[in-house]
Write a protein that binds this ligand. Structure first.
Ligand SMILES: Cc1cc2nc3c(=O)[nH]c(=O)nc-3n(C[C@H](O)[C@H](O)[C@H](O)COP(=O)(O)OP(=O)(O)OC[C@H]3O[C@@H](n4cnc5c(N)ncnc54)[C@H](O)[C@@H]3O)c2cc1C
Length: 380
């Protein structure tokens, strides 16, 4: 089969790797608009569970990535200075640039060419392809030109976030909530290399307005965030990588393919970073599409239909959880004020509706017991 992939992100690279390993005779090529060493952002995380899934489907890839992971066994919630450790949630992380560099090497080693600095503005160059994979990210232009056919919706969420790094090596994935004169500032932070952590700052729209971020330049914005989290950063600087405030686009598509063009990864659907699964989901999409081809051979319409039928139920579940999670953050000011640190951590744990009290007890018996002491009905 002649397979053309737009976008050398985790989705496109993973799909190329799986298809080439399944059948060396496939003619696969990737076009990527950025230069080879371009990067944005800092690290990405995988839960232990996500890695287990990935390992089951692509052991060779996980083996290559594993030595580069930073891992920790628990997370922590910091409620205005009070730290509540939460057990049972293991995570690993890796720098996004490192992940992509390893994936480039892996895919090129299999004989799949990646053409960098090559933007695909239309499908004109792919007329003779059997299948075209649009793995070109949340703002996919391939999807944008066919929105009606895909049934695309984009729900722009109101919170503002900015993706920074820092030289402080945090010892666990931590969600830090700090009350300021303008409202609550939240940082999602985790170590992804021995001397680097991701440090993503999120605020509600009213807090963003009150803090005056609209009128600040890059340097002033960074300084304001450093001030808000001075006690947590302990003198370490925040690092910017052309970082700027964004709003999260919740992307969904009713139809995942049209003709021989199929959406993959963030082009297909986004999942809020607070469930830490965008990269993992992109890679699992790739696994599902490759499995659909394994089942249907070169019958492209059958494979694309099977891909959506098989992958839709788990994707819907995780997107529902991600959407519940992002809404929880949209109410964080009210929650920080109304709840004490223990109740707040419990609310965080159960925010997606997928973790009930029995699951909290399984993950962290001490937290569940402390909660039951105040709410005996929870134990019933
Ligand atoms: C602030 C923030 C924090 C995040 N944190 C995490 C995290 O902690 N953990 C996690 O797992 N995920 C995280 N993510 C999400 C993660 O980065 C994405 O979900 C993941 O990279 C999606 O992979 P993808 O391959 O679908 O798309 P992308 O990684 O976006 O790759 C798309 C590729 O397509 C290229 N491209 C786009 N248009 C064209 C074109 N016309 N022609 C050629 N090439 C094109 C782009 O240059 C890019 O390389 C975060 C995202 C954001 C914004």
């Amino acid at each position: 089969m002649k397979i053309r992939i737009v976008g050398a992100g985790p989705a496109g690279l993973c799909f190329a790797s799986l298809m080439k390993r399944a059948d060396r005779s496939h003619d696969i090529a990737i076009v990527e608009r950025s230069p080879r060493d371009a990067t944005w952002g800092f690290g990405v995380v995988f839960s232990d569970r996500a890695l287990e899934f990935l390992r089951a489907d692509d052991e060779a890839l996980v083996r290559e990535l594993a030595p580069h992971f930073e891992s920790w066994p628990r997370i922590a919630i910091v409620h205005d200075g009070t730290r509540v450790p939460v057990a049972g949630n293991g995570f690993s992380s890796i720098g996004r640039l490192q992940l992509l560099t390893l994936l480039h090497r892996h895919v090129e080693g299999l004989g799949v060419p990646i053409r960098f600095d090559a933007e695909a503005t239309s499908l004109a160059g792919f007329a003779d392809a059997d299948v075209v994979v649009a793995a070109d990210g949340a703002f996919s232009s391939i999807r944008g030109a066919r929105e009606a056919a895909f049934g695309t919706t984009v729900d722009w969420r109101p919170n503002r976030f900015i993706w920074y790094g820092t030289t402080k090596a945090f010892d666990s994935l931590t969600l830090t909530f700090r009350r300021t004169a303008h409202g609550v500032f939240c940082a999602h932070h985790y170590r992804y290399a021995p001397d680097r952590s991701t440090f993503l700052v999120e605020v509600t729209e009213p807090t963003w307005q009150r803090a005056g971020f609209e009128r600040m330049d890059e340097r002033e914005t960074l300084a304001a965030c450093e001030r808000a989290f001075a006690a947590d950063l302990e003198g370490h600087p925040i690092l910017s990588n052309r970082s700027h405030w964004r709003r999260f686009p919740a992307v969904w598509n009713e139809r995942w393919s049209t003709g021989n063009v199929v959406l993959l990864g963030d082009a297909l659907r986004t999942a809020h970073f607070s469930i830490g699964s965008g990269t993992r989901l992109a890679m699992e999409d790739a696994v599902a599409l490759a499995k659909a081809f394994a089942a249907c051979g070169n019958d492209v319409p059958a494979a694309l239909a099977r891909f959506q039928a098989e992958r839709l139920p788990p994707v819907r579940k995780i997107c529902d959880a991600a959407n519940a999670s992002l809404r929880w953050y949209e109410q964080m000011d009210e929650r920080v004020s109304a709840l004490d640190p223990l109740e707040f951590a419990y609310s965080y744990m159960t925010r997606t509706g997928r973790v009930d009290h029995a699951e909290v007890r399984r993950l962290d018996p001490a937290l569940a017991a402390a909660y039951e002491a105040r709410h005996p009905q929870a134990a019933a």
